[in-house]
Every structure is written in structure tokens, then in C-alpha cells.
Design a protein around this ligand. Sequence first.
Ligand SMILES: [Zn+2]
Length: 76
Amino acid sequence: MKNVYCSLFGHNYQVSKDITYYVKEYKCRKCKTEMTIDGNGHFIPLTSKFKEINNVLHRVHKKRLEKSQQFVMLDF
Ligand SMILES: [Zn+2]
């Protein structure tokens, strides 16, 4: 869907989902276009393939966070 506002002023992206510290998903508040950042730091359209990749990344990231929290508890 093309949005006149977006083609004139550019998209108004907002973080819609935190995947990892560096990877986030963005959604335009006007036209709902979804974008993400790939492993090379490029701002790219969020296709279903990248949605899948981000889901996996998110799960791995969460597991790592839980693990690091366990290590922190062991330190005490
Ligand atoms: Zn837009």
C-alpha cells in the first residue's frame, strides 16, 4: 500500500519489536511498512524470511540472557 504522506515526507518508523541489542524490527506509523536491520547493519524490508530469522535470533538472545543471569547469580 502506497501512502502519499510517506512518499512525500518519508516513513515514520517506530521500533515494533526488540530482537537483540542491535537488531530491531520497525514499523511505519503511517503505512505499516515493516523494516529490520540485517547482520550487516543494513536497513532492509522485513520479509517473511527475515521475520523467521529474527524469531530465531530473538529466541537465542533470550536464552543467552537467561544463561548470563544464572551466571550472575552464581557469582554471588
Ligand atoms: Zn510509511
